[in-house]
Design a protein around this ligand. Structure first.
Ligand SMILES: *Cc1c(COP(=O)(O)O)cnc(C)c1O
Length: 238
């Protein structure tokens, strides 16, 4: 058994006990394996261990990895979770299944215009700057309703929900606060009839808090693939 397979089993157990603790059905939270900075072979190992959904942050890096894994096309689902520049939207519209990091209308419009008619609509989450950090991407909670209404109206996108990366916190209670606020934002949008079903929140360090606050998809990198510190500086930008 590979190390990645072993780690995947550990994360799956963590996820299951978090679901039990939250009183939610085991299996009600999707696991997204965040493979940024990891080689294509690591994705292949994870796929061989039963993992299908992968998250990437850098468009150029993801493109190269998809090419190296072309034999698995149709088996893998690719999610862009990193910041997206306007000049990269075409590749993203053509190659990805999901984008979690949409935070302005211009990007969403380009993705909708550029999504090929032969593919299913691009599945989209809006990234919310839930901790109000100047350095973070994401739409502010105040601007979220207008953006959500506009994105939901775009023909080639399917708005699914919200994504957040809260400021790091050590204890469970502090981790839960911004995640609960995100869930409330989703509920608020749904009272407007948007029909959103996805809360993309929870990483290696706050998976348990996220499941307690209603995450439907957790994005896990280091707990599956190990540290990426050694490779981070060779990762292509963008
Ligand atoms: C890197 C990354 C993750 C995974 O983080 P880990 O702490 O390695 O689990 C999740 N979401 C986003 C947006 C990321 O950039």
């Amino acid at each position: 058994m590979t190390m990645i397979c072993h780690h995947l089993q550990t994360v799956t157990r963590r996820l299951a006990s978090a679901c039990v603790r939250a009183g939610r059905p085991v299996g009600s939270v999707q696991l997204l394996a965040v493979s940024k900075t990891q080689p294509a072979d690591a994705v292949r190992d994870a796929w061989a261990a039963g993992q299908n959904a992968f998250g990437e942050n850098y468009v150029a890096e993801a493109e190269a990895k998809m090419a190296a894994l072309a034999d698995l096309r149709g088996e893998l689902t690719w999610h862009l979770i990193g910041p997206l520049q306007a000049n990269k939207t075409r590749v993203v519209a053509e190659c990805f299944d999901w984008v979690h990091s949409v935070d302005r209308l211009r990007i969403a419009q380009r993705l909708s215009e550029q999504r090929p008619a032969t593919l299913a609509p691009l599945q989209v989450c809006l990234q919310v700057n839930i901790s109000g950090e100047d350095s973070k991407s994401g739409v502010s909670p105040a601007d979220l309703p207008a953006l959500a209404e506009a994105v939901a109206a775009l023909p080639r996108l399917k708005l699914r929900g919200l994504m957040v990366i809260p400021a790091p916190a050590d204890d469970l209670a502090s981790q839960r606060t911004p995640l609960r606020a995100t869930h409330e934002l989703l509920d608020d949008l749904n009272t407007r009839g948007l029909g959103l079903d996805t809360l993309s929140m929870g990483m290696s360090a706050d998976l348990e808090a996220a499941v307690l606050e209603g995450a439907t998809l957790v994005r896990i990198g280091t707990a599956i693939f190990g540290s990426r510190a050694a490779r981070a500086e060779v990762a292509p930008a963008g």
